[in-house]
Design a protein around this ligand. Structure first.
Ligand SMILES: Cc1cc2nc3c(=O)[nH]c(=O)nc-3n(C[C@H](O)[C@H](O)[C@H](O)COP(=O)(O)OP(=O)(O)OC[C@H]3O[C@@H](n4cnc5c(N)ncnc54)[C@H](O)[C@@H]3O)c2cc1C
Length: 480
């Protein structure tokens, strides 16, 4: 009998793992179980009238050599280069994003900027002289040091508060390290004079995109897995997992309503970590300690609600993304799929999608679609994008597991959980949801490859082999 491997989840990580396994050994039996009706996970696209929108626009960009090679082999001719164009709505007007020092000075006025520069210098001096602690554990402490107290309050803190719906004092500095690629004020100024090198890029100027959106990339990955003999079983919601020599995984077939059971030698899981842990806790394996149970309970995600409007105007703005740090709009970001690629919409209309984040169960979470549409529309009118009379249709789409929350205790919790997971040598837990990581598709594709390679390289304990690389995965940066 050939070795059998079950992969839980058909996002780009699960698909990449299947791809690499079958590429290395075509005799393997590889089966993916996916709860949705299509593969892709977060890298899927929505249809809104005559328009297509990714679930959050997915530009294709990577600095990882193995993923670069893979993407070029997979989609080379279909990858089109797009020049980035994004703006920020700041104090009643638009500035380019990421902000440029000269434009920010013009927009905010020389006096404000001189004050901000002085506050940066004083803060740095205080840090150097030891008069101010240089603790860097929270988002707030790291970014105050990087930008100075005034610029931090003006440019950085409002957006963080709006996206995370919590005080930046309670957010771990790792969010800034992973997501805020602008660095700090000194780096912004240095960038004016010294070109950035690959590997240290702070912002993407050009990226790849595919006609029809990110789901086209997923379709190619799916075709590659299936043509090599892999099975992708859709509408299978995994709900139990047991290890007893081999692995037994149970899933509900959402089409037939029947319970199904699958056996395998090894499992690669890319489903959300809290869900996997619940299944392991109630399986026949080692019982979790109270600390592990508590660590699992305290892992939370930010949800993202997409509010999409088809507007009867050929042009709304040239930008692809618009950022809204201020309290004058309920949304924090908007994107216009047509400005990523003309195939995403019709010529005489424009689709504008607003992103509104919230916590599970909070005030926004409970809002009806109608109320979300009305609130987003008020914001759109306020910033002058379009008027109610321009709207031809609207749609709300909710994504519950969007951003893992890195609060101050998250590292300790993940370490506790990782020790527990080492009890399961034939289970590799990977991907954005599995490792509770802020990452991009390229990172998930790379982790999918590495989990497949670890499984094939180590006979005794493939999971331990894979987890040796976790620190590297945690340090991946999202080049904004
Ligand atoms: C708003 C937003 C914008 C983004 N923009 C970009 C971008 O511009 N560029 C970029 O490269 N990346 C971007 N990303 C990140 C990118 O989407 C992710 O890093 C990547 O898609 C994660 O892939 P994954 O396979 O690790 O996880 P996922 O895509 O989350 O896949 C997990 C899969 O598991 C399935 N699953 C869950 N539970 C079960 C269960 N019980 N049984 C069976 N299946 C289950 C899910 O349905 C899903 O298909 C963005 C993400 C977001 C949220």
């Amino acid at each position: 009998m050939s070795r059998s491997i079950l992969i839980l989840g058909a996002g780009v990580c699960g698909l990449a793992a299947a791809w690499r396994l079958l590429e290395k050994d075509s005799s393997l039996q590889v089966t993916i179980l996916e709860s949705a009706e299509e593969p892709g996970g977060l890298a899927r696209s929505l249809i809104v009238g005559d328009h297509i929108a990714d679930l959050g626009p997915h530009r294709i960009f990577t600095e990882l050599p193995d993923v670069q090679d893979f993407l070029h082999d997979l989609a080379g001719e279909d990858l089109e280069t797009v020049r980035r164009a994004s703006q920020m709505w700041l104090r009643g007007g638009w500035i380019e994003y990421p902000p440029k020092p000269v434009e920010v000075t013009r927009h905010l006025g020389v006096t404000t900027l001189a004050g901000a520069g002085a506050s940066f210098a004083l803060n740095k001096a205080a840090e150097l002289l030891g008069a101010r602690g240089n603790e860097r554990e929270s988002f707030e402490s790291l970014m105050t040091s990087a930008f100075g107290p005034q610029l931090y309050e003006l440019l950085v803190a409002p957006y963080a508060r709006k996206v995370w719906k919590m005080s930046p004092r309670r957010i771990h500095a790792d969010i800034a390290r992973v997501r805020v690629s602008a660095g700090g004020l000194d780096q912004m100024v240095k960038k004016l004079f010294v070109p950035e090198k690959p590997g240290t890029l702070t912002a993407v100027r050009k990226f790849y995109y595919m006609a029809g959106g990110v789901e086209q990339l997923v379709r190619k990955m799916r075709a590659g897995v299936e043509s090599r003999g892999g099975s992708i079983n859709l509408v299978r919601n995994v709900n139990a997992i047991r290890f007893n020599g081999r692995a037994t995984v149970c899933a509900e077939n959402k089409a037939s309503g029947r319970a199904e059971s699958y056996q395998a030698d090894d499992v690669i899981s890319t489903i959300p970590l809290p869900d996997l842990l619940s299944m392991l806790f109630s399986g026949a394996g080692p019982a979790p300690s109270p600390a592990v149970v508590k660590a699992r309970e305290d892992l939370h995600y930010i949800a993202n609600f997409l509010v999409a409007f088809v507007v009867g105007k050929a042009d709304v703005t040239d930008s692809q993304w618009l950022y809204f740090p201020g309290p004058d709009t309920v949304f924090n970001r908007a994107y216009l799929p047509k400005n990523f690629h003309s195939s995403m919409g019709s010529a005489n209309e424009t689709l504008v999608v607003f992103e509104i984040t919230c916590h599970h169960g909070d005030r926004i979470w409970h809002r009806s679609d109608k109320a979300l549409v009305a609130a987003a529309l008020r914001g759109a009118e306020r910033v002058g994008l379009f008027r109610k009379a321009d709207v031809r249709m609207s749609l709300v789409h909710r994504i519950p597991h969007t951003y893992p929350i890195y609060d101050l205790g998250y590292r300790r919790r993940l370490n506790e959980i990782r020790k527990y997971l080492e009890n399961f040598p034939r289970l590799i837990n990977t991907g954005r949801q599995g490792l509770f990581l802020h990452n991009n598709m390229d990172h998930s594709i790379h982790m999918g490859f590495r989990s497949a390679e670890a499984l094939l390289a180590a006979d005794e304990n493939p999971a331990r082999e894979f987890y040796k690389e976790i620190r590297k995965f945690q340090q991946f940066r999202i080049v904004d």
